[in-house]
Design a protein around this ligand. Structure first.
Ligand SMILES: [Zn+2]
Length: 406
């Protein structure tokens, strides 16, 4: 730690009775992000090319992107995050830095990805014969391991994404379902780059699973339900094609990521990138204490999330906002309220305030309106009115009681 760094959270904020207390996560991130970095000493070449991710906390600027990703790590029920912006704005770097902020997750030791919780949920039949045997002999099916980043390949087919009949088992005359990328992403982080270039059916399957936390596969007589509780992040470069409105609507938070706006920030970003290229381990080590604190806070926030409430006054404000913006999709308020709950708990509160709403609303509500739908309804209302007028002319109602609009 450098000497100019403030001490970590003060004692009065820390848990005393054993219950997890969330300190202000946002404050931690803001503070750590702004600190100065020691100049990196070139790394001795160990001859091992293992990848040390750039620390999330070392990212310069982009507060909205960081906040959106943070909220998505705390609350899965937001429909994930979509990052929209040109290349070179740090989207992928930010996403790749996220796993270290997530708590460890059980990693299956089996080709089929069987987990002990599958047995808890569906009995021994829910896992492969090998794992059923292991379970009976009290051998572990999984080990605790660092959360992984699962990147969806651009050429992924629906079959790869949701899973399908297992050809390996079929060769031995067995019929089994093979789990797909979505099931492998359970408890991990799923990154879908260039989401605008994927087929709608693939993106739909991903967004369905992300929204529900599980998905069902049916192939002939076989069906299987897989858990898919992942943090979903999509990204796209609008220069390469637009995202169809029905797909765009299904993403939770939307962040438009632009280049860093001021010179100081750009210079700092350059220095950090340089330090990281010179010695990734040193940069990682400089942020590791703060990263561990952030990871603990994210876990505590996740644990407390079910207790977070939205007072009636605040939900009414949110609904008025959606109404006045003329957003039709119910997903708008689901995302907004879920994000507001995550924002409150990230700030160590169990009640959502208007300020939480104020912070998350732009991310939840932007890019939700469609000119097409606006025009469509205007046209529809015009036609309805005309229809009513003509009908009234031909068959006059005894008691005229016209309602405006449709
Ligand atoms: Zn297995």
């Amino acid at each position: 730690m450098t000497e100019n760094e403030q001490p970590p959270f003060t004692e009065e904020n820390s848990p005393t009775d054993g219950t997890p207390a969330v300190r202000s996560l946002r404050e931690l991130i803001d503070r750590v992000t702004g600190r100065s970095l020691e100049s990196a000493v070139p790394q001795e070449d160990a001859g091992i090319a293992d990848v040390v991710p750039f620390p999330f906390l070392a990212l310069v600027g982009q507060p909205e992107m960081k906040l959106a990703l943070l909220l998505a790590m705390i609350n899965h029920n937001m429909g994930g995050v979509l990052l929209i912006g040109p290349r070179g704005t740090g989207k992928t770097t930010a996403v790749r830095s996220l796993p270290e902020l997530l708590p460890q997750a059980p990693r299956s030791l089996c080709y089929y990805g069987c987990l002990p919780e599958d047995i808890e949920a569906g009995g021994v039949d829910a896992v492969c014969p090998d794992c059923a045997k292991k379970y009976a002999e009290d051998e572990p099916l999984a080990v605790l391991d660092q959360v992984r980043l699962v990147e969806l390949p651009l050429n992924a087919r629906l079959e790869d994404v949701v899973g399908g009949l297992d050809e390996r088992a079929a060769l031995q005359g067995q019929i089994r379902l093979r789990r797909g990328i979505l099931a492998q992403a359970d408890r991990n982080l799923l990154y879908v780059d260039e989401v605008n270039l994927l087929s709608d059916e693939v993106v739909d399957a991903i967004l369905d699973a992300a929204a529900q936390g599980y998905y069902l596969v049916r192939r002939g007589p076989m069906s299987s339900t897989y858990r898919a509780r992942f943090v979903l992040v999509g990204s796209m470069n609008p220069e390469e094609g637009r995202l169809r409105p029905q797909i765009l609507d299904r993403f939770g938070l939307r962040v438009v990521v632009r280049g860093l706006p001021n010179r100081d920030e750009r210079l700092e970003a350059y220095k950090r990138a340089h330090a990281y290229l010179t010695n990734p381990r040193q940069v990682s080590a400089e942020f590791s204490d703060a990263s561990i604190l952030a990871q603990e806070d994210i876990q505590a926030a996740r644990d407390l999330l079910p207790q977070v409430e939205i007072p009636d006054k605040v939900s009414q404000q949110g609904l008025e906002l959606v109404e006045r913006l003329k957003v039709d999709s119910l997903r708008a308020e689901i995302t907004m309220f879920e994000a507001a709950r995550a924002h409150a708990v990230a700030d160590a509160r169990l009640k959502v305030t208007s300020e939480d709403l104020l912070t998350v609303a732009p991310m939840a509500l932007r890019l939700r309106r469609s000119n097409f739908i606006d025009d469509y309804f205007t046209q529809y209302e015009f036609e309805e009115q005309e229809l009513t007028n003509i009908l009234d002319d031909i068959i006059p109602q005894k008691k005229p009681k016209k309602k405006k609009g449709a």
